[in-house]
Design a protein around this ligand. Structure first.
Ligand SMILES: C[S@@+](CC[C@H](N)C(=O)[O-])C[C@H]1O[C@@H](n2cnc3c(N)ncnc32)[C@H](O)[C@@H]1O
Length: 247
C-alpha cells in the first residue's frame, strides 16, 4: 500500500537528520569494503547472521542507519495516523545496532525531555555506535549480551522495538519471540523482511487483551531525503502487538 507522508512530518525527520549528521559523518569507513558489504547484503541479506565486529558495524550503519530509521519512522507515523500508537516513556530496542529506531520513536514522541532507552545488542561495537549517534537525546542503559525473552526482566508497560532482529534469529529464539508477543505485557513493534513478518503473523495466537496490526507500505521520499536513505522510496513491512489494558 502507498503511504503518503506530510511535509511537516518530513521536516521532523530533517531536523533530527541535521542534528545527527555530524556524528554520523565522523564514522570513518573504507569505500571498497563498503561496496562489498552492500553487495553481500543485497544478495544474501535475508540469510545473513553476521558477527558485528568493528568494521562491519561501521559499514552496516553507514549503509542502513537512515534507511532503517525511516522504516521505523514510517511505521510509527502509520500507527499514529491509525490512532493506535502508544507513546511510552520507557523504550527498549532489542538488537539495536546503531539504534535508528530509538531516534525514530523520539521524533514521533516530540518530547523536549530525553527518552529513557534500554539498548540491547550482543555486539559492543554496535552499542558504541548507538551511544555516539543517540548523543544527549536519550538517557541510555545498555546491555551487551545474546538476548532471549526467557531471561529478560523488562519493566512492564514498556515499548519494545525489534528492527531487523528477527531475521538473524534461530528457530528457538523465534519461538521465544512468539511467546513474548502472545503473553508479554509490553507493546511491541517488529520490523523485518515481508516474508518474516508474514511467517510471524501466521504463528501468532493473540489473546483478547491484545490487538495486532500489520502493514506493508511503500513511501516515495522527497529528493533531499533520498540522499540520506540511499533509496528513492522506502518499503517497510511490520507488525505491532498492543496490549489494550490501561489504554
Ligand atoms: C540487522 S542488525 C539491525 C540493527 C538495527 N536494529 C537496525 O534496524 O538497523 C541486527 C542486530 O541485532 C543484533 N543481534 C542479533 N542477534 C542477537 C541476539 N540474539 N542478541 C542480541 N543482539 C542480537 C546484531 O548484533 C545486530 O546489531
Amino acid at each position: 500500500m502507498q503511504y503518503l507522508v506530510t511535509e511537516s512530518k518530513w521536516n521532523d525527520f530533517r531536523k533530527v537528520f541535521t542534528e545527527t549528521a555530524k556524528n554520523y559523518n565522523s564514522i570513518a569507513i573504507d569505500a571498497v569494503a563498503f561496496y562489498v558489504i552492500k553487495a553481500a547484503y543485497k544478495c544474501f541479506g535475508k540469510a545473513l547472521r553476521p558477527r558485528y565486529e568493528e568494521r562491519l558495524s561501521k559499514h552496516f550503519n553507514k549503509r542502513y542507519y537512515y534507511k532503517n530509521m525511516l522504516k521505523s519512522l514510517i511505521s510509527l507515523w502509520y500507527l499514529e495516523d491509525l490512532g493506535v500508537l502508544r507513546k511510552n516513556e520507557h523504550v527498549i530496542d532489542v538488537g539495536c545496532g546503531g539504534s535508528p529506531s530509538i531516534l525514530a520513536y523520539m521524533i514521533v514522541q516530540k518530547k523536549e525531555k530525553p527518552l529513557n532507552a534500554e539498548l540491547i545488542d550482543k555486539s559492543n561495537c554496535q552499542i558504541a555506535i548507538a551511544e555516539k549517534l543517540l548523543g544527549n537525546n536519550c538517557e541510555i542503559t545498555t546491555h551487551v549480551h545474546d538476548f532471549s525473552f526467557e531471561k529478560s526482566n523488562f519493566t512492564n508497560n514498556s515499548f519494545v522495538i525489534m528492527s531487523y532482529f528477527l531475521c538473524e534469529q534461530s528457530k528457538h529464539k523465534i519461538k521465544n519471540i512468539v511467546e513474548h508477543l502472545e503473553f508479554g505485557e509490553n507493546d511491541t513493534l517488529v520490523i523485518d523482511y515481508r516474508k518474516n513478518i508474514e511467517k510471524l503473523h501466521k504463528k501468532l495466537r493473540i489473546p483478547k487483551q491484545k490487538k495486532l496490526y500489520t502493514w506493508s507500505l511503500r513511501t516515495a521520499l522527497p529528493f533531499d531525503i533520498t540522499l540520506a536513505a540511499g533509496e528513492g522510496s522506502i518499503h517497510v513491512s511490520g507488525l505491532y502487538v498492543k496490549s489494550t489494558e490501561g489504554s
